[in-house]
Design a protein. Structure first.
Length: 123
């Protein structure tokens, strides 16, 4: 049996029961432009700069790297027991995923998204 290194991973990880994302690929949010993504959970990783965090959404069978500005939103969500319960119950969905072009050549394009209750998404 392989050694389980998961105990060495630090930080918050909120994941629906029965979802094992350990073998999921990491993809960019841009991969889901124009789609809806049911969120199975999320976790935080170390960002590119020391002390910086990045949020990763688990959904659609992959780990989705989110824009840096999403980290604060999901930190607030993680601190709210009612919101965490809703995520664990499969109630959170990302929608309206679309490109926001950079206004300045020194900056990068980014992607926008909205958080909605999954029952608001047309089946």
């Amino acid at each position: 049996m392989a050694f389980n290194f998961n105990k060495f991973n630090k930080g918050t990880k909120i994941l629906r029961a029965g979802v094992d994302n350990s073998d999921f690929d990491f993809v960019k949010l841009s991969s889901f432009e124009g789609e809806n993504v049911l969120v199975d959970g999320f976790f935080f990783t170390e960002g590119y700069n020391e002390g910086e965090k990045q949020v990763v959404i688990v959904g659609a069978g992959v780990n989705i790297n989110m824009p840096g500005r999403a980290t604060e939103i999901f930190e607030e969500l993680a601190a709210d027991p009612e919101a965490v319960e809703a995520v664990l119950n499969g109630e959170l969905c990302l929608t309206d995923i679309h490109l926001i072009p950079a206004k300045d050549k020194k900056k990068k394009d980014t992607y926008s998204f909205k958080l909605v209750n999954a029952d608001q998404i047309k089946k």
